[in-house]
Design a protein around this ligand. Structure first.
Ligand SMILES: [Zn+2]
Length: 666
């Protein structure tokens, strides 16, 4: 047995405890840096001792090998859906049947929020998470085990008295995580997800679990089954048991003594649901007693002891009177439907996003058609389908010139968005100013659309740096701007100079650099100057920065207009530096490897993971910057090139020695 085993086990135990505190209880005890340190120590130990790696190790959350394709698996017992009640009458009818069948015995309901996500069954054997299957058709679903493993609120190991058991629940994305994903997709020119549910489903079913790992999915269980059966006397008790086992059970639930209390719970959440961090589409009510549940039994398609009470769909029918385009910060042209105004769930809606040309084609939409629009939460309303085609309908054509600046519009190959490529297009400028002013970026409270429009029209602000030279006199010439608000705006602009560097980096609007990447860049490079001077190769050394992002950053700082912007922001006195996060000194930090040929026992993918976990980098082509080439059987031209360049050549066991921190004789 390896001498590293006790330490590996202690680290796993410790990391699991902190994962639970952080993700499930939302009560972290360790700083991110300390957590990171433990995590990296475990990663390095596992890299050096691959025989100790187990599937329930917290390191497995970062996503293993991509799936070869889609595999299906059968459910242990059918995963049926529930009957719906759409109004109070239908709910009372359901309750009347329950009362009749229970012959006037007393009973209670457990009411839970109905999360709008994707149902998942997760199986555990001897306390270890072993398999996850989507609902599918209820009998068989898709095997998404490796992707589910990356969900932080799904424990990989639990203490339980059962040899095996299953939990069933919902996989969701919070609205915030959803918006973040769409922001990134917009930057990458990918089609946007329509809503959090659709995005959660897409993320869970990705072929590459490493991508799923970045999506911040959550799992909230609502059933505990042993051999396909409930094991507690009441549903409420089984929810508590799952909570005690370390699952994130939604605390927003209530035991209701009768149907009136149930209806009260349902209506009380209807108005408050937009305040929740995730979307719900109703409330699920279950008869609490498991004995009574079995008395009530099942119909062919649903249990008689449970019902889904659905909120009214916030959808309405209306006519698309015209389709126009909006120009975004990156120059992307977004088609927008102008609607005959219609009330949707209490709000009058007169426009809806159509995302891009492909979406219009998918909907089969033309101007004049009657459509269904839907809104959910605070997300922009969208057209979900064409209800009736108009006799005099006419197709939408994407303009060939930008509607704002008149410059040509380009749709790059492989991109869904058509873009205005004029970098000084006023529409793009306005959007980039609004992004900079956002609360999560530089927090320029008071700088909204109306103000930005005027600032740009008057040419008071033609670049981000112009915010810092605005004067009270200039502001006072604007509409609806009194002395008091002018001073407030200027005060907020002044205060923004103190904002930490990651916010400024996010605010610069470098393509592909959002909140998270900005944070990593600030922690790695420590100042705007260091970042601006970094070569592409150096940029790629930063965590999560690949060739595309590195190129984008490098290019940004080489454009004269941007260099001028950066200089002016510096002179204005904005926060320029940030504490560099000292990464654990990993054995291979700073070293670049190229892999070639077939290694005796490691696959190329495994070798790459081990090198990366130990801080090294693997590139595909040999250059003078390569430190080592790891060569196996049938190594080809790369090995020859490495020899020609006089590079160090390693066999698998040399690599293993390096990983253990030992010297090699090469
Ligand atoms: Zn333009």
């Amino acid at each position: 047995m390896s001498s590293a085993l006790p330490r590996v086990e202690a680290l796993r135990e410790e990391l699991r405890r902190h994962e639970h505190l952080y993700y499930v209880l939302d009560r972290p005890e360790l700083s991110d840096a300390d957590y990171d340190r433990l995590f990296r120590e475990l990663q390095a130990l596992e890299a050096a001792h691959p025989e100790l790696v187990t599937p329930d190790s917290p390191t497995m959350r970062v996503g293993g090998k991509p799936r070869e394709g889609v595999a299906t698996a059968a459910h242990s017992s059918p995963m049926l859906s529930l009957d719906n009640a759409l109004n109070q009458g239908e709910l009372r009818e359901f309750d009347r049947r329950v009362r009749e069948l229970l012959k006037d015995d007393s009973y209670a309901y457990v009411a839970e929020l109905k999360l709008d996500g994707l149902s998942l069954a997760a199986r555990y054997e001897h306390g270890e998470f072993v398999r996850a299957i989507t609902r599918g058709d209820g009998l068989t679903g898709e095997d998404v085990t490796e992707n589910a493993r990356t969900i932080r609120t799904l424990p990989l190991r639990v203490t339980s008295p059962y040899a095996s058991f299953e939990v069933r629940g919902e996989v969701i994305l919070t609205r915030r995580a959803f918006e973040q994903i769409n922001l990134e997709r917009e930057r990458d020119g990918l089609p946007l997800y329509v809503n959090p549910r659709n995005s959660a489903a897409g993320s869970l079913r990705l072929l590459d679990p490493a991508v799923t790992a970045k999506r911040r999915l959550e799992f909230l269980p609502y059933f505990l089954l042993v051999d396909g059966q409930p094991v507690f006397a009441s549903h409420a008790a089984s929810l508590e048991a799952m909570q005690a086992m370390g699952f994130k059970v939604n605390p927003l639930r209530q035991l209701c003594a009768d149907v009136d209390a149930l209806w009260e719970f349902f209506t009380s959440w209807e108005d408050r649901r937009d305040a929740l961090p995730y979307e719900i589409d109703g409330v699920v009510a279950k008869v609490d007693s498991v004995a009574q549940q079995s008395l009530l039994g099942w119909t062919a398609k649903a249990p008689r002891w449970a019902i889904a009470l659905k909120y009214q769909a916030r959808a309405a029918e209306t006519v698309v009177e015209d389709i126009g385009v909006q120009v975004g910060r990156t120059g992307a042209l977004t088609p927008v439907a102008f609607l005959r105004p219609v009330a949707v769930g209490g709000v009058t809606v007169s426009r809806a996003t159509l995302h891009n040309e492909d979406e219009i084609t998918r909907l089969g939409l033309e101007i004049g058609d009657t459509v269904i629009v839907e809104r959910s939460g605070d997300v922009i309303p969208k057209v979900v389908r064409v209800e009736q085609q108009a006799a005099d309908r006419r197709p939408f054509r994407m303009p060939t010139a930008c509607p704002v600046c008149g410059e040509p519009v380009v749709r790059a190959e492989g991109e869904v968005a058509a873009r205005c490529v004029n970098s000084s297009c006023p529409a793009r400028l306005k959007e980039s100013l609004l992004h900079f002013a956002r609360r999560s970026v530089m927090d320029l409270d008071g700088v909204g659309e109306a103000l930005v429009d005027q600032l740009v029209e008057r040419k008071y602000v033609q670049s981000l740096a112009d915010f810092y030279t605005l004067t009270e006199e200039q502001l006072l010439t604007l509409e609806r701007m009194g002395e008091k608000s002018a001073r407030k705006v200027l005060g907020n602009i002044r205060n923004s100079k103190q904002k930490p560097l990651p916010r400024l980096l996010n605010g610069l609007g470098i393509p592909f650099v959002g909140e998270r990447t900005a944070q990593i860049l600030a922690e790695t490079f420590g100042s705007v100057t260091a970042l601006a001077e970094a070569e592409e190769e150096t940029l790629q050394q930063a965590e999560e920065v690949g060739p595309k992002v590195a190129k984008s950053i490098y290019t940004f700082f080489r454009v004269p207009r941007n260099q001028e912007l950066v200089q002016r922001l510096h002179d204005a006195g904005l926060t320029w530096t940030h504490t560099v996060k000292v990464r654990e000194r990993a054995p291979l930090a700073g070293l670049t490897f190229v892999l070639t040929g077939t290694l005796p026992t490691l696959s190329r993918e495994q070798a790459k993971e081990m090198i990366e976990a130990a801080g090294g980098k693997v590139t595909s082509s040999v250059s003078k910057k390569t430190n080592y080439i790891v060569a196996g059987e049938e190594a080809g031209s790369k090995l020859e090139k490495a020899r020609a360049l006089g590079l160090k050549i390693l066999a698998q066991d040399d690599l293993e020695r390096l990983l253990r921190g030992e010297e090699t004789n090469q």
